[in-house]
Design a protein around this ligand. Sequence first.
Ligand code: PHB
Length: 187
Amino acid sequence: MHHPLVETLLTQRFRSLAAVDCPVDVYSWLVDETSMTARLEAHCQQLKVTLVDEGFVTAQRLSIDERNALGDEQGTQRFWLREVQLIADGEPWLAGRTLIPEASLQGPEAALMNLGTRPLGHYLFQSSFLSRDYLLPGTMDGLWARRSLLRLAEKPLLLTEIFLPASPLYSPLAEGSSPCTLQTHQK
Ligand code: PHB
């Protein structure tokens, strides 16, 4: 099942939030630096990546905050866009949007354009050249989300992940997990 609004959701404004605004259980998901695919896999039988959109885009497809994060304030660069959904046992659990400046795709990183339905994390986490500038917990359109600026061999890529309503983050065990009542902070 495809989340009907996923394309629109992924272009909503990212609002970062402080730890105090977030239940502890939820926060632990949002700031988890290990593989999110592996963590979600532990909660279902089968997790699949489905492609929503993939290909080169100009800066017009980026929000201002995405351009700023990737150092393209003028809006002159081209980017590889990858939008996916993680489907767990038929239910959409996570929407991911990755933006990679064209200049980051030189050398072995060109493989990032050929991932298809293989999870991005499998590629990233096996690389010894992976580092992270930041991992921001936040919300997007009332859903829990996070944004990471990653570097592969020093070259940046921006990953935004939105936890969709069916994901285990919102289960009753994650007490008080509705983000709609939160005060969010703008960064
Ligand atoms: C992806 O394959 O693009 C992907 C997979 C898992 C995530 C985010 C993105 O958590």
